[in-house]
Design a protein around this ligand. Structure first.
Ligand code: UDP
Ligand code: MG
Length: 139
């Protein structure tokens, strides 16, 4: 059993895609074991994307991520990290495969509606960034 963190980003929330994203993940057999709506401030967005600090898109990305509410969730299941990434599609929606969330709904490489952890270590950091043990319900 693997866990991963996903976020419906502010653009996804504003496009009414919360249900669509969750439906895809659940449809792939993943279990939502933690879920909440949050509004990150700039510092919180910077902390979450610490690995990207210094990159040309960091400032714009963290402004975007703190521009409105997001839905953060913890997903559990076999291959949760790769399944989630597969359903999301490539970072750049124009390069994402047909039928993926980003290909279907993202407007550009920054506003790509959804986040998913990319490895077990990043998943552990990202889950701990938003959730404590009492906020996850694994059966
Ligand atoms: N991003 C961007 N410009 C880029 C690369 C990334 O605005 O050239 C944003 C985009 O929102 C992406 C996030 O930064 O989802 C994190 O980048 P990463 O490379 O980790 O992509 P992801 O793991 O989300 O596919
Ligand atoms: Mg990433």
């Amino acid at each position: 059993m693997e866990r991963t963190l996903s976020i419906v980003k502010p653009d996804g929330v504003s496009k009414n895609l919360i249900g669509e994203v969750i439906k895809r993940f659940e449809g792939r057999g993943l279990k939502v074991i933690g879920l909440k709506m949050i509004w990150m401030d700039k510092k919180e967005a910077e902390g979450f994307y610490e690995v990207h600090r210094g990159k040309p898109f960091f400032e714009s990305l963290t402004q975007f991520m703190s521009s409105g509410p997001s839905v953060v969730m913890v997903l559990e299941g076999d291959g949760a990290i790769s399944k989630t990434r597969e359903l999301m599609g490539a970072t750049d929606p124009q390069k994402a495969e047909q039928g993926t969330l980003r290909r279907q709904f993202a407007s550009d490489i920054e506003r790509n509606i959804v986040h998913g952890s990319d490895a077990p270590e990043t998943a552990a950091f990202e889950i701990g960034y938003f959730f404590n043990a009492l906020e996850m319900f694994s059966s």
